[in-house]
Ligand binder design. Structure first.
Ligand code: NAP
Ligand code: MG
Length: 494
């Protein structure tokens, strides 16, 4: 290691002035009912839960808990809308409604971004530049497919499925809802969506938008609540398809529940992606890629690059530069446009992350944390790296879903691939090198659904997404994502 690498120097001596996004244009009601058959209605048992801002711990609203009878009402509304309206409507007319949802999201993007950040804790830069524009892009993209399904699967004799039950997690609340609702509607299905308990607000705002654009009642229904509400949706006998994004543990229990039924399903589950950095990679670019892969959005990303495999000859230099970059990350008010690292989504998630920090230390890992000052209220975790990790360590094998990076080194490409593939997951990965041939060789050897080369966490509605092994079953996005919502008379093989 050269002298220049022996000391960390980063005190720039100056800081950005605060630049908080305003919240005065945002309306959050004190209480939200369930969105069933085009109207907000009270839950049958009269129960509500509180949703709060994880950066301030302030209460934002009270949200209805849907019991079994409410889920039943929602499924009935979806079935009626399917039979009487949506499945009968010419596809080009369906497309117009989906297109209107996309336009509505664009028009109200600022409001949606601010609410996403307040409810979930992610930096406004992320919700403004990624979550909301991508959600709109998914509706635009699938609006385009609605009247072209027979061209996507020529000769296959495609038909809609009926009622889709959809369950989404808290890390990309509106975006995950868009991933699920847009293709379902384009293919002629109706929907009952269950958002995650800690982040239901943007789905409820989407319900308001759906009312505003005049989508026929019952085509999209939104039932809020905890895991039991999701389970009631999974178990409902009149649901034809379950689309789930969340943890592998819950995905497994859903598979048990629907085994032996005719329900179609897609499961998008956990991940433990490795970023592989070769000695010939552009180091500064790779460091920025690693930061983007694991620290932005607090590591609350299923495909986060939570492992780093770096070639031994450049490991010291790269880790040094990574630590330098970690010194400059700005953690704090998620509504501030300068913020890089927002709040952890909930106390439960922070407890889980902290327990993994202890595990990492007990496993003999060498921990380094960015020297951030944590705000006095809210849930926070500084960006953290562990070096000296072994392949069998829990930090290398298990999904943490926080800003925690496990670092290992390798000597040959074969060793990197073996290590990268050696976890129960296979959702995503990254390769950094200036050799195109190495990119092709390594990406095809990785057992992961998405592999980025010299970049990370790039999404587009036209690309399919999904996992190998315990990361899930089925694909969402692109033309592949259509087949998850269609029955085919002739197997098309997509
Ligand atoms: P989770 O606990 O599995 O919850 C996901 C959703 O399922 C939530 O809406 C949850 O409701 C609901 N749920 C909980 N128990 C249920 C049950 N028994 N039956 C039906 N639904 C149930 O996951 P999470 O902690 O919210 O999200 C993080 C996980 O999602 C991570 O593992 C991450 O990797 C994964 N994820 C995967 C992808 C992907 O595309 N592969 C994308 C994003 C996230 P409550 O929230 O109210 O408990
Ligand atoms: Mg919240």
């Amino acid at each position: 290691m050269s002298d220049a690498h022996n000391t960390l120097k980063f005190d720039t001596g100056w800081q950005y002035a605060p630049a908080p996004e305003s919240t005065d244009h945002v309306r959050i009601d004190k209480k939200y009912g369930l969105f069933i058959n085009g109207k907000f209605t009270a839950p049958s048992q009269g129960k509500y839960f509180t949703t709060s801002n994880p950066a301030t711990q302030e209460r934002l609203s009270r949200i209805a808990i849907a019991g079994k009878s409410d889920v039943n009402r929602a499924v009935k509304a979806a079935r009626k809308a399917y039979e009487n309206v949506w499945s009968k409507m010419p596809a080009r007319e369906r497309a117009k409604y989906i297109f209107r949802i996309a336009r509505g999201l664009q028009e109200r993007a600022r409001e949606f971004s601010v609410i996403e950040t307040m409810d979930g804790g992610k930096p406004i830069r992320e919700s403004r530049d990624v979550d909301i524009p991508l959600a709109a892009a998914h509706f635009f993209y699938y609006a385009g497919w609605a009247d072209k399904l027979e061209y996507a699967f020529p000769g296959a004799g495609v038909k809609s499925l009926g009622v889709a039950g959809q369950i989404v997690p808290w890390n990309f609340p509106l975006l995950m809802a868009a991933w699920k609702i847009a293709p379902a509607l384009a293919c002629g299905n109706t929907v009952v969506l269950k958002p995650a308990e800690t982040t239901s607000l943007t789905a409820l705002k989407l319900a308001e938008l759906i009312q505003d654009i005049g989508l026929p009642p019952g085509v999209v229904n939104i039932v809020t609540g905890a895991g039991a509400t999701g389970a009631a949706l999974v178990d409902h006998p009149d649901v034809n398809k379950i689309a789930f994004t969340g943890s592998t543990a819950v995905g497994r229990s859903i598979m048990h529940s629907i085994a032996g039924t005719e329900k179609k399903y897609t499961l998008e589950l956990g991940g433990k992606a490795a970023n592989i950095i070769f000695a010939d990679a552009p180091v500064d670019q790779a460091v920025e890629g690693v930061v983007n892969a694991i620290f932005f959005n607090q590591g609350h990303v299923c495909c986060a690059g939570s492992r780093l495999l770096v070639q031994e000859s450049v490991a010291d230099e790269l880790i040094h530069k990574l630590k330098e970059r970690m010194h400059t990350l700005i953690l704090g008010n998620p509504l501030d446009k300068n913020t890089d690292i927002g709040a952890i989504n909930s106390r439960a998630q922070l407890d889980k992350i902290n327990s993994y920090l202890k595990i990492g230390k007990n496993e003999g890992g060498n921990m380094f944390q960015a020297p951030c000052t944590l705000p006095s209220k809210g849930y926070w975790c500084p960006p953290t790296i562990f070096t000296d990790m072994a392949q069998s360590n829990r930090l290398v094998q298990e999904e943490i879903f926080g800003p925690v990076l496990a670092i290992q080194t390798f000597r040959t490409a074969a060793e990197a691939v073996t290590k990268a593939n050696n976890t129960p997951y296979g959702l995503s990965g990254g390769v950094w090198t200036d050799k195109g041939s190495k990119i092709f060789k390594v990406t095809s050897a990785l057992k992961a659904g998405v592999v980025w080369a010299n970049t990370f966490n790039k999404f587009d509605p036209t690309s399919p997404f999904g996992g190998y092994k315990e990361s899930g079953i089925g694909r969402e996005g692109g033309a592949h994502g259509l087949s998850a919502y269609l029955a085919m008379e002739v197997n098309h093989g997509r």
